[in-house]
Design a binder for this molecule. Structure first.
Ligand code: LMR
Length: 330
């Protein structure tokens, strides 16, 4: 019947349409693209809060549409798309900027940061803040750093000793430093979009992966792996980024209000990234996955196995920058 058809159509629209206010004519459209879950995830929650505040407080002047879960672009495509004016904001992980600057690779060095507080301290230092402008010549401007958390390692076999990773295929983010880490372990790195990882793990195309508790839980990686080893060997953090051309083209009052809301959202949500990670770790455990905790000797073996990566990238990244990051204690 017509009624049933109307119901079906409404259901379809409700399922397929992202949740945001219709933009009014005359409002500046701000499309924000990202790849993770919308809720229960540090980036997803921060993007939602940003959308709510912009749409309430800048109503009539600006309008934000958040596209999560790689709906609009994956991380390989989003920065070129931004430079073409097809999206205004994104928050790729700091591992995804290698084509634009070698400096952000500092965040990918193994066992560099003790915890997320050390990451916060480094990002807020002069050296950290300068990194936001490291891609301006390429047309990209970093606005704020957003936290996710420390990275853990998993595979379809138990990982306790670094030798356990020998010969395994690992999905990595597209970063030369992350690839070199897997090679230092005798493994084979496979760069792959975030949205493809679950299927690749499930089908056995790759054996393992490295990611945060929030990414592992919201993507279900733990359900297709032999447990997760709590290595805390690196971080996944984000740079909220925009195009210089678009940003400079905004009217000053719009740019200032947007920057202020983004700053407040950053402070508000970054405080909760660690807690959200711990909650997601508990959920991983409650779903029956094994979590392997390393003792000091076991951890030291991973630190030593990955240490050669520093020599490979010291010149490219800059010894001073690495030292500034090492000095941050949190
Ligand atoms: C990944 O590709 O593993 C992460 O960068 C995804 C994300 O945005 O946290």
């Amino acid at each position: 019947s017509r009624q049933a058809l109307a119901g079906l159509c409404l259901g379809f629209i409700a399922l397929s349409t992202p949740v945001f206010a219709q933009c009014d004519p005359g409002e500046i459209l701000i499309r924000f693209s990202h790849v993770t879950a919308e809720t229960g995830h540090p980036k997803g929650e921060a993007a939602l809060l940003l959308q709510t505040r912009v749409n309430e407080e800048m109503d009539g002047r600006a309008c934000m549409e958040v596209y999560p879960r790689s709906q609009l672009f994956n991380d390989d495509d989003v920065l070129p798309a931004m430079l073409r004016g097809e999206v205004e904001m994104a928050a790729p992980s700091l591992s995804k900027f290698g084509a634009y600057t070698p400096q952000l690779q500092v965040f990918d060095l193994p066992f560099l940061f003790e915890d997320i507080l050390a990451v916060e301290e480094f990002q807020n230092s002069d050296a950290g803040q300068e990194l936001k402008e490291s891609m301006v010549d390429d047309g990209l401007l970093g606005l704020e750093f957003w936290h996710n958390g420390m990275k853990q390692l998993s595979a379809n076999v138990p990982l306790v000793d670094p030798a356990d990773a020998d010969g395994l295929k690992f999905r990595v983010q597209r970063s030369a430093v992350l690839m070199a880490q897997i090679e230092a372990l005798g493994g084979e790195p496979f760069p792959m979009a975030f949205s493809a990882v679950f299927d690749a793990l499930q089908s056995g195309d790759v054996d393992g992966q490295a990611n945060t508790w929030s990414n592992i839980y919201t993507q279900g990686f733990h359900t297709v792996q032999d447990g997760v080893t709590e290595t805390n060997h690196g971080i996944v953090d984000y740079l909220v980024v925009t195009s210089v051309e678009w940003w400079e083209g905004l009217q000053p009052d719009i740019r200032e209000d947007l920057a202020q809301i983004l700053l407040e959202v950053t402070h508000e949500r970054n405080r909760f990234a660690f807690e959200l990670g711990e909650l997601n770790k508990i959920r991983v455990r409650q779903e029956g996955a094994t979590i392997r905790i390393l003792d000091d000797n076991e951890r030291e073996a991973w630190v030593s196995a990955l240490a050669p990566v520093y020599d490979q990238f010291r010149d490219e990244i800059g010894a001073d920058l690495i030292q500034a990051a090492q000095a941050a204690e949190g």
